[in-house]
Design a protein around this ligand. Structure first.
Ligand SMILES: Cc1ncc(COP(=O)(O)O)c(C=O)c1O
Length: 439
C-alpha cells in the first residue's frame, strides 16, 4: 500500500505515485527560460523578472498566449506519465507561458522558488487551504480576517470534516493556547483590515516550528515590497493580486508563493477547483507589476503624510497607521516593516457613521468604492463593506467603531490629497481650513 503525501497509508493509491509524490527532485519554476533576476533589487526585479521577449519576432515584452491548448509531443506525453505535468505546456488550466511569466515575476519579488497565479485571491486562499489540510485538520486563524476568508473558514471547512478557531491576531499567547493536537495550519493576515493590526510573524513562525505546523500569511495589505514573509520563515504567502500587485483596479487575481515542493502540492488543487488565471489577465498583471516598486514607494510615502495630517486634525478622533507613534504596535511595526508601513490608513471622524458618509460625499479625489491598492485613492466604510458579514456586536469586539473610514491612499500628488481632505472636513463641520496651519 502507498502513502499519501501526508504520510498516511492510503488504500486508494495502488499504482505509481503521481505529481503529489513529494520526494522527487524539483527545480524552481516552472519557467520557459532562466529569467529570475534573484540577485537584483525591487524595481529591477519588477521590470525584468519573468519577461518572455519573443525570440521569433524580436517583440519586446511577454506576448499574450491566448490559447486553451498546446501541441502534444514526446516530452509532454512523458511528463504527463511521470507526473511532471506542471513543467510542460499542455492545457491552459494546467499552465500557459502568460501564467509562467507572471508567476516568475511574483516568485522573484517574494524570494520564492515557485508561485501560482489564480483567478482571484479567494481562489488562491481556498485552493491553498484545501491542498494543505487533511480530513479532521484544525486551523487557527484571526477574528479580524477578511470577510470572504472568514466565510470560507467558518462555513466550508466543516463540510470537509475540518475545523477552525478564531483568535486575536495580536495575542501570541491566545494563538498558542488555541493549538490542538489536530492543528495543521496557522493562517493570518500580516496587516489586518481595517484596523491595521500586525501579527507578530517571528513569534508565529516559532510556534509553527515548535508544534510542526504550516504558517500561511495573507500579505495583501503589505505586499512583498513592505514585507518579505518567506524570508521570515513563513511557509506560504498569499496575495489578492487584485489589489496592490496589479494596482490599477481593472482585474481580479490571486497568488501563492513558497517552496517548489509545497506549491507543487497546491497546483493539483488549483486544477480541481479550476481557478487558473486567464492569459489576458496574466498579461495585464505582469505589465502592471513593472511599476510595482515605484507605486508602492509612493503609496507608503503618501499614506504617512496623510495619516500625520489626519492625526493633527481636531475633527478626527483617531487614526490607525503603523507608521504613527500612536499605533498600538508601533515598536513591532518598526521592527517588522522597517519604515515600509503600507498605503492603508483608517480613521474615525467626529459624528459617527452619518458624518463619515457625508465626508465621502464631499471628497473629490478618493473614489468611494470597496477594494484597495489601486493608483487612485479608494475610500469606504468597513461596517457596510469588508466587515458587513459581522454583526454590530462582532464589529465592536474587534474595534470597529462608529465613524470608522478606511482609506487606500493612491499615488496622486500628496498636496492635492491633503487639500481635498481639508476642504471636505471644513465644509462638513462648517469650520476653517486646517491645512494652512500645518504645512
Ligand atoms: C486581505 C484580503 N485577502 C483576500 C481577499 C480576496 O481577494 P479577491 O477579491 O481577489 O478574491 C481580499 C479582498 O478584498 C482581501 O482584502
Amino acid at each position: 500500500m502507498k502513502k499519501s503525501y501526508s504520510g498516511i497509508e492510503d488504500k486508494r493509491i495502488t499504482g505509481d505515485l503521481w505529481f503529489h509524490h513529494l520526494k522527487r527532485e524539483r527545480s524552481e519554476g516552472p519557467r520557459l527560460k532562466d529569467n529570475r533576476y534573484s540577485d537584483y533589487k525591487e524595481s529591477t526585479k519588477s521590470i525584468h523578472a519573468g519577461q518572455y521577449d519573443d525570440p521569433k519576432t524580436g517583440a519586446l515584452g511577454t506576448p499574450i498566449y491566448q490559447c486553451s491548448t498546446f501541441y502534444l509531443n514526446k516530452n509532454t506525453y512523458g511528463a504527463i506519465e511521470e507526473g511532471r505535468g506542471r513543467d510542460e505546456l499542455i492545457y491552459t488550466r494546467y499552465g500557459n507561458p502568460s501564467q509562467w511569466s507572471v508567476q516568475e515575476k511574483i516568485a522573484a519579488l517574494e524570494n520564492a522558488e515557485s508561485s501560482i497565479v489564480f483567478s482571484s485571491g479567494m481562489s488562491a486562499i481556498s485552493s491553498t487551504l484545501l491542498a494543505i489540510l487533511d480530513k479532521g485538520s484544525h486551523v487557527v486563524s484571526s477574528r479580524d480576517i477578511y470577510g470572504g476568508t472568514y466565510n470560507f473558514l467558518y462555513e466550508d471547512l466543516d463540510k470537509y470534516g475540518m475545523s477552525v478557531s478564531f483568535v486575536s491576531p495580536t495575542d501570541i499567547h491566545e494563538i498558542e493556547n488555541s493549538i490542538q493536537e489536530n492543528t495543521k495550519v496557522l493562517y493570518f493576515e500580516s496587516l489586518t483590515n481595517p484596523l491595521l493590526k500586525l501579527v507578530p510573524i517571528q513569534e508565529l513562525v516559532a510556534l509553527g516550528k515548535k508544534y510542526n505546523l504550516r504558517v500561511i500569511i495573507d500579505n495583501t495589505f503589505l505586499t512583498p515590497y513592505n514585507l518579505k514573509a518567506l524570508d521570515l520563515g513563513v511557509d506560504l504567502v498569499i496575495n489578492s493580486a487584485t489589489k496592490y500587485l496589479n494596482g490599477h483596479s481593472d482585474l481580479i487575481a490571486g497568488t501563492v508563493a513558497g517552496s517548489r515542493k509545497l506549491i507543487d502540492r497546491i497546483w493539483p488543487q488549483m486544477l480541481k477547483n479550476g481557478g487558473s488565471l486567464d492569459p489576458h489577465a496574466c498579461f495585464l498583471l505582469e505589465r502592471s507589476l513593472k511599476t510595482f516598486a515605484l507605486r508602492l514607494r509612493t503609496h507608503n510615502h503618501n499614506a504617512m503624510k496623510l495619516a500625520t495630517y489626519l492625526e493633527n486634525h481636531p475633527r478626527i478622533k483617531r487614526v490607525y497607521y503603523p507608521g504613527l507613534a500612536s499605533h498600538d504596535q508601533y515598536e513591532l511595526a518598526n521592527e517588522q516593516l522597517k519604515g515600509r508601513n503600507s498605503g492603508m490608513v483608517s480613521f474615525e471622524i467626529d459624528g459617527g457613521d452619518e458624518k463619515a458618509h457625508e465626508l465621502l460625499d464631499h471628497l473629490q479625489l478618493p473614489k468611494e468604492a470597496t477594494s484597495l491598492g489601486g493608483v487612485e485613492s479608494l475610500i469606504s466604510l468597513p461596517y457596510n463593506t469588508s466587515q458587513a458579514s459581522l454583526t454590530k456586536k462582532q464589529q465592536k469586539a474587534i474595534g470597529i467603531n462608529d465613524g470608522l473610514i478606511r482609506l487606500s491612499v493612491g499615488v496622486e500628488d500628496i498636496e492635492d490629497l491633503i487639500q481635498d481632505f481639508d476642504h471636505a472636513i471644513a465644509t462638513l463641520f462648517k469650520t476653517e481650513l486646517n491645512y494652512a496651519k500645518q504645512y
